[in-house]
Design a protein around this ligand. Sequence first.
Ligand code: COA
Length: 324
Amino acid sequence: MLRARLIGTGSHVPKKILTNHDLEKLVETSDDWISTRTGIRQRHIAVDETTSDMAAKAAKNAMKAAGVSPRDIDLIVVGTVTPEMCFPSTACFVQSQLGIKSGAAAFDVSAACSGFLYALDVADRYIRTGAAAKALVIGVDRFSRIVDWKDRSTCVLFGDGAGAVVLSAEKGTKGVLSCHIHSDGRHWEMLYADSPCPPSPFEEKHISSRYLKMNGNETFKIAVRTMGQAIGEAMETNGLTPEDISLLIPHQANLRIINAIRDRLKLPDDKVYTNLDRYGNTSAGSIPLALDEAVRDGRVKGGDIILFVSFGGGLTWASSAVRL
Ligand code: COA
């Protein structure tokens, strides 16, 4: 049986750092409020690079770690909701920037902060069915373009960043063990960003706020519930107990959400990866960025089982279990 084995990880964040203290000069907030309510201390902001630039840099690092060349990749799937253009896709820009062979398939998936796990699910299916042999899966977002920097209830939460993995079709026990992706469009108004496109002259009514809007309190509650359910699905499908899990990498939105999930699972602190203090919520970039750090820091090694879980606008939520 073919499995999608993770053979390389990579990430990229822009150089510019915006600390909580910097935000104190932009909106009425404080380092104390942000860090106690969210766990975030700083975030990275793209200044002279686009979403696809960040994606390509993360992908290049992942390909280097995997030891694969641009001609080996036959599928590129990018999870993002902040592409620089309506079309072409960010995946096509990445293909062009990295010189990935002509004829490979390249497309984006839109699932907000669950974008990476949605993209992983798609690529995993291509690999298991034999439709692709080597896939590049990228999660990237540049929320600094869509947050309202005058709205203190949202702008303090987000940052820019990208992460990527290379998947290889291989026989054996290592690789993606399961993916579960879900959505509930009835609750789209909890968290959304309207189109940045100007209205058409034929439209009767164009309601566009352009900026990200969020009902923080409700989002918080639904995130804890749905991420808990998604982890349960991954564990049940694979017959896993908390002891079998080497590391849980949750979407990095709020430390209090992560702690609530940790407590439900009764996992010790050192089995739950967090880096949101340094990056904030990088949306689709969050999970692969954390994975890349965990791999490079030696927090995980070959054979370890990792659980990923995410939640985002849509509403969407997802989980995946992987044996490294
Ligand atoms: N600085 C200072 N005060 C702030 C603030 C900020 N940046 N943002 C909001 N406040 C104020 C509010 O205006 C409110 O003031 P009031 O009591 O005078 O009305 C007070 O702080 C409490 O606001 P509340 O929204 O109840 O705070 P909270 O403890 O629920 O935390 C979030 C707000 C946004 C941090 C929290 O709800 C959250 O993280 N939700 C999930 C969001 C998320 O992760 N979304 C992405 C999912 S992918």
